[in-house]
Design a protein around this ligand. Sequence first.
Ligand code: NAD
Length: 496
Amino acid sequence: MAILEEPIKEVMVLKNYVGGEWVQSKGELQDIVNPATARVIAKVPYSTREEVDEAVQAAKQAYPEWARTTPLGRVRHLFRFKELLEDNFEEISRIQTMEHGKTIDESRGETRRGIENVEVATGIPTLMMGYNLEDIASGIDEYLIRQPLGVFSCIAPFNFPFMIPLWFTPYALATGNCMIVKPSSRCPITQARVIELVDEAGFPPGIWNVVHGSGSMISSALMEHPDIEGITFVGSTAVAKEIYRECGQFGKRVIAQGGAKNFMVIMPDADLGNTIPALMTSFYGNTGQRCLSGANAVVVGEEDAFYQQFKEAFVGAASRIKMGYGLDESVQMGPMQSKKAKERVLGYIEKGIKEGAKIILDGRKAKIAGNYPETCFLAATVFEDVTLDMTIAKDEIFGPVGNIMRAKDLDEAIEMIHTSPYGNEASIFTSSGKSAREFQHRVNCGNIGINVGIAAPMAFFPFSGMKDSFFGILHGQGQEAIRFFTESKVVIQRWW
Ligand code: NAD
């Protein structure tokens, strides 16, 4: 078997990074377990409210000078940081696999998508420009300038421990703000490594801070803090709603991205040779722990032969996915991120069976490549005869479970999508431009895939979302992030 190079060799105790210093939290330590090997690889502190305040004070102190630094001066730090990310690309990716469980290729993909946000943010000298109009009245000109606001915070989920803080932080910094990142307490190690590179890149102290800890305590300390201007949150819908409400109450800007239940619509004219591999990545990539994961496959048409052909191809491909430790290059699917996450999904599988869905591929009995404990492993599972009233069709399962459903035509498939309270992503697989156009026009989801199973916007487009998948107005990434992190000031001038 291949030698699995593990960059984490001994149990590390994570520290906060505040005002350019590494600070050992006084809070309790929690174990971080590698879900493939079930070994403890780090300990993360649950920082105190006072420690959150210290980070905010450090950022507040650093802010005026950083805001005065020229845009070019600010992005020079980002260029150095980007080079360090490239130099450490493989190590960062391996850490993600060790703490999250995803395959090394999935981690590499995440690292690349994260770095792209740093690259886009280096364009700030042009991206942050305002606009003007001469002679709005005789001899009077008007122009708009964008200015930074102060200290922001980013509350991140466990499933993309490298990329998601980078949907926001490079833009916040490039526009002249300071940032406090709260990584997920389930996957905090990658951000700890990122912040070592931030330190090496020589950002001025207090610009970029990290405070580890428990979700509700840290988040409420940040939201209630009078010196925090705004919050970016990515996580489950229940928490996103809470964050949105509280930010409103405390008068803060907010981007709150929530959960999902994504429908993949397969038209009878879909090219199955290309569709099935795209669906495998969508449903089972990241072990189904993506906000863009496919959940309900809706096969369109009344023809049984097409349905059978699709079903056999889908189940056949899912059953061949090789499951094991993600650092093994030949592995196609890693474990769930934790034992608790696996148990949650097992509960859904049992519920699906109890509510009358037919399990046609049972991932509970699957084989693991290599000698690893079963603790977090759960293989690809497929249900058919799934109806919209079933819990497995409605709830976000966030695991490797796919439901196959049927619709008589595209209208019915779109109606099915619209029964969901979520609106993160929907995809159509078809060779008809007319169906694709109809789909993109009518479907109420923020991210639409056309023959694409993971419609993940690039860094220069906003990461969208609708309904219960997104609370706010401006989104993360690209121009919208720049607008979120800046105030638009309008000047009208006249000279006598
Ligand atoms: P989560 O909501 O449990 O946690 C997200 C973050 O919020 C973590 O940092 C956590 O510590 C903190 N937190 C937890 N409970 C909190 C509370 N009561 N108050 C304040 N903060 C709290 O989400 P998760 O399990 O880490 O991530 C998975 C979820 O994130 C899924 O629902 C997935 O769909 C969603 N997600 C959405 C997107 C998107 O772009 N819409 C992207 C990735 C993940």
